[in-house]
Structures are given as C-alpha cells and as structure tokens.
Write a protein of this length. Structure first.
Length: 115
C-alpha cells in the first residue's frame, strides 16, 4: 500500500511508477486516463480531491513514471488523520490497475489562515 505523510496545508509532489502485469518491468502503456482520488471514507461517493491525467493535474515524466501535486488547498480544510486514496489506470474501456493508498495529514504549527 502506498503511503503519503504530510502536514496539512503543505504542497507535496508525488511520483509513482506503473509496472506491467509481472510487476518486474516498467509499463509502456499509454493510458487514456489516470485518476488519483482521495476521500474521507471509501464508502462515500464524494471525494476530497481528485487529480487526472486528462486535465493535466497528473503528468507523465517518463515511460511508466507519473507525478501529481497535492496543493495546499487540497488539505487545508482536513482534520489531522488518515484518508484513503487510490490510483486508477484506464486504457480503452478497461481498468488496467488500481492501487490503494493512505494519505496521512499531520499537524502543523503555522496554519494557512495565519500565514
């Protein structure tokens, strides 16, 4: 499981690598869409924030290597604690791979409203 640990209201670039079905080789598939979706709970439909390849909030860095940025505004309003997220890869009408993760929001001393 992928883990991201960061203070609330910070900016964090997150890089991830996609591997083929064997898990040994970096994937050379050109995905139609990639979603990174973070929610307060996996059972809710509403998401806290979402990044997408097609809206350029996820970018391809190299073959099989992608990056997205968690902006300060994505986490400013969150309580400290853990939030589930996943990365979903789509090619054509098939979902090729979904990876689960946990975003942990840690305390900060300087809040966004006193910067």
């Amino acid at each position: 499981m992928m883990r991201i640990c960061m203070p609330r209201g910070d900016i964090r670039d997150v890089c991830f690598t996609v591997y083929d079905s064997t898990g040994q080789e970096v994937s050379d598939v050109d995905f139609d869409e990639i979603y990174v979706t973070c929610k307060s709970d996996i059972k809710t439909n509403a998401y806290l924030f979402q990044k997408r390849l097609t809206d350029d909030t996820i970018e391809k860095i190299d073959t099989g290597v992608y990056q997205f940025r968690i902006e300060a505004a994505d986490t400013n309003g969150l309580k400290f604690g853990q939030y589930p997220f996943d990365i979903e890869l789509v090619s054509g009408t098939d979902i090729k791979q979904t990876t689960l993760g946990m975003l942990e929001i840690t305390p900060e001393v300087t809040y966004y409203d006193n910067e």
